[in-house]
Structures are given as structure tokens and as C-alpha cells.
Design a protein around this ligand. Sequence first.
Ligand SMILES: [Zn+2]
Length: 396
Amino acid sequence: MIRFRVSAMLLALLLLAPHAAIAQAAVQYTHADTLRGTVGPARAWWDVTFYDLHVRVDPADSSLVGHNAIVYRVLASGREMQIDLQAPLQVDRVIQGGLSLAWRRDGDAFFVTLESSPRVGDLDTLTVYYHGKPRVATNPPWDGGLIPVSDSLGRTWVATANQGLGASVWWPTKDTQTDEPDDGQRIAITVPNPLVNVSNGRLRSVINHPDGTTTYEWFVEEPINNYNVTITAGHYAHFGDFYDGEGGVLTLDYWPVDYHVEKAREQFQQVRPMLECFEHWFGPYPWYRDGFKLIETPHLGMEHQSAIAYGNGYQNGYRGRDLSGTGLGLDWDFIIIHESAHEWWGNNLTSADLADMWVHESFANYAESLYTECMHGTAAGADYAIGTRSGIRNNR
Ligand SMILES: [Zn+2]
């Protein structure tokens, strides 16, 4: 079961923000929470090895249509599979081996019955076709869903954020942190021209269609938390760099909105010292194969794996504020440092249970102090850590 429903970033805010509300109403857990947070019998017998996700986005009405081919290894006997897809999205059909399978809906979960019991050790594929208008986030990234907005020139900008809420808010998946696709994921997103979609991993192809849309095919080679998978479609510019790091040559790719290129070139210089510091303390950046990216987003930020969401306004601190009260937090960009730290703590090392997201957040918060230490020495790192204590509250 899920013991809390606040997002981990919100949790960090509760821990750190000096005047954040601290009382949480007693949480009532539902049957849907139990299905979402438990590795039940319809989840335990199969292990995801690959997701092949294809989604067409229509920003005009905030709708999606797509399919996800789920490749999985059979670990034990079982015939019923739980696939998560949150209302109001609709499953259109579930296909395996050319056959349409029966399913029953139980809230935000679908229980699919296979034609026959697979053999243990088999590698099988189940494809879920779906469509609909997903929940729209009202206060992202604290509140998740699709984020259909405009940039400051009034042009379409669409993103997703769904930490805590779960990836199944916009695509059909096994929505648990216990099972990542071992061989990675394709994320092929089709958007109307001239939007450019930036997702996780590397861009493999760009396919123009006669109907005025373009498919951006991104590919993640490493296992990925499903809450990190993202759509980010807007009027992006791109520039890149290379970092000679502990794991070889790492590609750095930056995707600011086109009118922010100069600001991004300045602010994103903090990536190199961040990598130097964190590789020193934590070991090689975990995703050399998938690269490092910062993507400007309409929300504050999120640790989207190999595609860090950046919305801190090209300023230092946390939206220009120092969470430690020492002034040291104004020497660096909170979102670049904190969200990138999650590549080690949260994305590479992931808690099995959503209820243990404090593991991700506490190490990312500690990383802020380490970064301060890298920049200004041991005493400064300690001062930053001590300063952030003033934001700690006991909510019991
Ligand atoms: Zn965080």
C-alpha cells in the first residue's frame, strides 16, 4: 500500500521550505491504492524487459492515442496480468500473438486474461492500445498529469510530470517501482509541426508525416523508472557539449526554449562542476549510454532520467531563494544540482516502495551539501547542511 500520496519533491519542500504547511490530513487508503502500491498476484509472475511506447499527442484538445508493447519474462505460473492506466484514459484493445484478449477494469487497473498459461522462462509481448484525455496537472510538478500550456510567446508547450501519481496517468504500464524494463524503452512521440518533442535517452529518428505531424523516436538503453518517462514538446533549440568523465565521454545535450538559448548557455555551465563533484563522491554518472540532458519545462523541475526537467528560470537558488538561509544556496542552481543528484539517488538506486521515496530525497538533499563543499570547502558544506535544518519539521 501507499503510505503517503505527497510527491517526493513536495516532501522535500515540506522538509525544507521555512513556512511550508506541515500538517497532513489523515490519509484514507482505497482499494485502488492497494492495487497500485502492492505487488499482487497479477504482477508478481512477470518481469518487464522492454517497453515500446508510441503516443500521438494532440495539444488542441489535450488528448492522447497510442500503444505500448510490453515485453516481459515469465517468472512463475500465472495467467492474469495487471496493467495500470488511470481514468479517464480508455483501453481500446489488448493484443497478444495476433489475438485480442479479454480484460476487466478495476478502477485504474486492468486485469488481462491470457489465452493460455505461459511457460516459465518465456519472453512474451502484450500490446495495449489506448486513447483519451489524461488528467491535466493543475499545480505541476506537485500535482501530476499532462501539462498543456503556452510559452511566453503564446506557443504550444506540452509536458508531463507524474512522480507519486504514477506514469499510468498517461501511458499503460506496470506502475510500480519494483519493476523497470531491463533492456530499456522506446518512447516514440508524435506531435503537430513545428513542435519538437524531447524525451529520455537518445534521439534515434525524426519522421515527418504527410498530415503535418512528426514522430520523435527516443530510445533509452538502460532500465528506467516509469515515472521518469516524459513527453516534453515545445519550441526548443538545442546545443550540446561533451564531458570527459569517469565513465568515458558523456554527451551533454541542452534543450532550452528557443528564446532562452543565451541564458541556457550561461546557466548550464554548472553541469560540468556538478558532474565533477558527484562523480567524485558517488561514482560515474549512471547513464553514459543514454547521455545527460537538461530540458526546459513549464514546471519547476523533475529528475526525469537522462532528461532532467529544468524550470528554475535560469537563476541560482530555489526559484532565486536560498533554502539554507546561509547565502550558500545562491551560489548554484538548485534544480540543476538537486535533480541531477537524483540520477544517482532515485534513478540508478530506486526504492522498491513508493512509500520509501525519502531515500531518493534525503540523498539528493545531502548531495546539495556535498556540492556546496565541492565549491567552497568542508565548513561551507556543513554550514549549508546546518542551515537547511531550520526547515525540518516534525509532523507527528
Ligand atoms: Zn528531489
